[in-house]
Design a protein around this ligand. Sequence first.
Ligand code: GDP
Length: 313
Amino acid sequence: MAAFSSLTDRLTGAFKNLRSKGKLTESDIDGTIREIRRALLDADVSLDVVRSFTARVRERALGAEVSEALNPAQQVVKIVNEELTNILGAGVDRPLNFAKNPPTVIMLAGLQGAGKTTLAGKLGYWLKDSGHTPLLVACDLQRPNAVTQLQVVGERADVPVFAPEPGVQTASSDVVSPGQATGDPVKVARESIEYAKRKLYDVVIIDTAGRLGVDEELMKQARDIRDAVNPNEVLFVIDAMIGQDAVNTAKAFDEGVDFTGVVLSKLDGDTRGGAALSVASVTGKPILFASTGEGLKDFEVFHPDRMASRILD
Ligand code: GDP
């Protein structure tokens, strides 16, 4: 995975010195831990996460039983793999939470440019592909082009879009023209749920406004939308490339909207994605999906164990 390629190289390098050893001494293990620590810090994994991670790996590596099946180097790799899986979400896959009585409501939150609108299209496409009838809802009324952008995404994914100030219904589909993108996002969100019930859409995906930085007004708006529609999921979308800011941004959104899950976006980027690796651990919230490109299909369900193995590959 591009965002982790340098981390992968560095970790592979850290294990290399162990390969020739028949038995590991404490100093062998400490040398390797030091390299792992540097690799993680250089990849922007947050200091607290690195500290507890390396402490656990060290303790387990020192206490590891001599194994018939694995040589010492393989044993350390296995421990690192398991602990990496742990920081990515306790090793547990967390599926999307669907409502017992449709529609399921999924709200997207995050900074501007994080990839929310793109994700709305991907999620819609993916849900439709698995037999759902999703509806995208344009509640980003801050950015002049946001509604139009969601409509373009919706058209590409062939998923209808509910937008403020409903205008002309197009003949070919249920797409609602946005007209002027003005209005109250809370009202639009609320109306979209009624609309979905009437038209039997079973999943409503609400795109919300993002700012360049965390600000209280944005947070309040997101909270108001959340409180108005009582979502089954509030997904926090985080750009894997934003570096150390990821942790503080995640904490701010966690406090602000108490999100239920995380989506890592832009994992195809070639800057270090380590900060995103800290997000699940720092917030205690699971990562549900990963976004890996601009196309509709550049999207996958997140599996902590598979991601750990890919990083160590
Ligand atoms: P929003 O402001 O949070 O709605 O972000 P957008 O969905 O508009 O995305 C911002 C930019 O990032 C757009 O140019 C997208 O095409 C791009 N983008 C979104 N997701 C990804 C991704 O996973 N990988 C890459 N490379 N680009 C992405």
